[in-house]
Design a protein around this ligand. Structure first.
Ligand code: HEC
Ligand code: HEC
Length: 251
């Protein structure tokens, strides 16, 4: 008996540990539900809350405050955290999106329920759902190139492969195009060099962007070589051929 007891305890403690410290104290009664149905089952509320935590890549204490000492654990009913209040607005927003809009989308297949928007649809593991391009662009403006290159490295190390950010060539191509449009040519070159060293892109698009970046920085020979590479990838790329011709004349 004693063995069985301790086995159960170990199994339970592993589950609790994996789910975070707050989980052991999930209450049986809920006193402050304003959006979710008041008669929601404990099981359903628990899985909804886990869904929130998973979608935002956080733990329960992101939205729930600690109880006042000497009590331990989280005060789930309290509305003292702004994140909880925001989450309520989000809950209403998601219900509105699904009810008022998604439900009206013509069905591709009759009798199949439409796909529902969920927290994870936008958040995909981030509290502030933003593209990598937007994050890096803001960092360039606020903190300059060196810090932004470092930030890219940190984000890549932390998130690569888990879907929060798109670390493919596209994000940095888009950022470079935006920088070229703003005539931030040297930043554009640094970002494109980062793209080639991190992602080794092999697409005509990336070589086009690299060519434009080299051209903007006065590196005409390199630009011509980039367009040649694009042409190699897509022999019928007439734009690349035209660029090679006209750049060769200006040299
Ligand atoms: C993104 C924010 C967020 C996260 C993360 C979150 N919650 Fe919540 N939680 C809420 C909101 C918002 C409500 C209130 C919903 C409503 O008003 O209908 C709530 C309500 C609750 C309640 C009911 C409290 C009451 O008495 O009314 C419990 C229990 C709860 N959460 C537990 C958890 C647990 C356990 C976790 C971690 C697995 C968690 N929550 C993670 C936002 C969050
Ligand atoms: C349609 C896209 C979308 C959906 C769906 C969505 N959110 Fe958000 N959420 C956002 C955006 C955008 C922000 C950032 C707002 C800002 O920073 O001004 C945000 C911000 C938040 C924040 C505040 C950021 C922080 O510091 O934690 C919380 C909490 C949050 N959302 C919870 C949720 C929850 C819970 C759900 C599901 C019920 C949800 N969101 C569904 C787009 C969405």
């Amino acid at each position: 008996m004693a063995n069985l007891g301790s086995w159960k305890w170990t199994a339970l403690s592993i589950v609790l540990f994996a789910a975070g410290p707050a989980d052991g104290q999930f209450p049986d009664k809920f006193t402050n539900l304003k959006v979710l149905p008041k008669d929601i089952s404990k099981h359903e509320l628990e899985s909804t809350m886990r869904g929130f935590a998973f979608a935002l890549g956080v733990r329960c204490d992101h939205c729930h405050v600690e109880k006042k000492a000497p009590e331990h654990g989280l005060d789930f009913a309290s509305d003292d955290k702004d994140e909880k209040k925001t989450a309520r607005i989000m809950l209403q927003m998601v219900a509105g999106i699904n009810h008022d809009y998604i439900s009206k989308v013509p069905k591709e297949t009759p009798n199949v329920e439409p796909i529902q928007v969920q927290c994870v649809t936008c958040h995909h593991g981030l509290t502030h759902p933003r593209t990598l391009t937007a994050v890096l662009s803001e960092s360039l403006e606020k903190n300059g190139l060196e810090k932004t290159l470092a930030l890219y490295g940190e984000l890549r190390k932390k998130y690569y492969g888990s879907g929060q950010y798109d670390f493919g060539e596209t994000s940095l191509n888009q950022l470079t195009e935006a920088l070229l449009a703003k005539k931030e040519n040297s930043q554009a070159l640094a970002i494109m060099e980062l793209n080639f060293s991190a992602n080794h892109p092999d697409s005509a698009w990336s070589y086009h962007v690299l060519a434009q970046t080299h051209e903007a920085n006065g590196q005409i020979d390199k630009a011509i070589a980039d367009y040649r590479k694009a042409l190699e990838l897509h022999p019928d790329d007439r734009w690349a051929q035209q660029q090679i011709d006209s750049l060769s004349k200006t040299k």
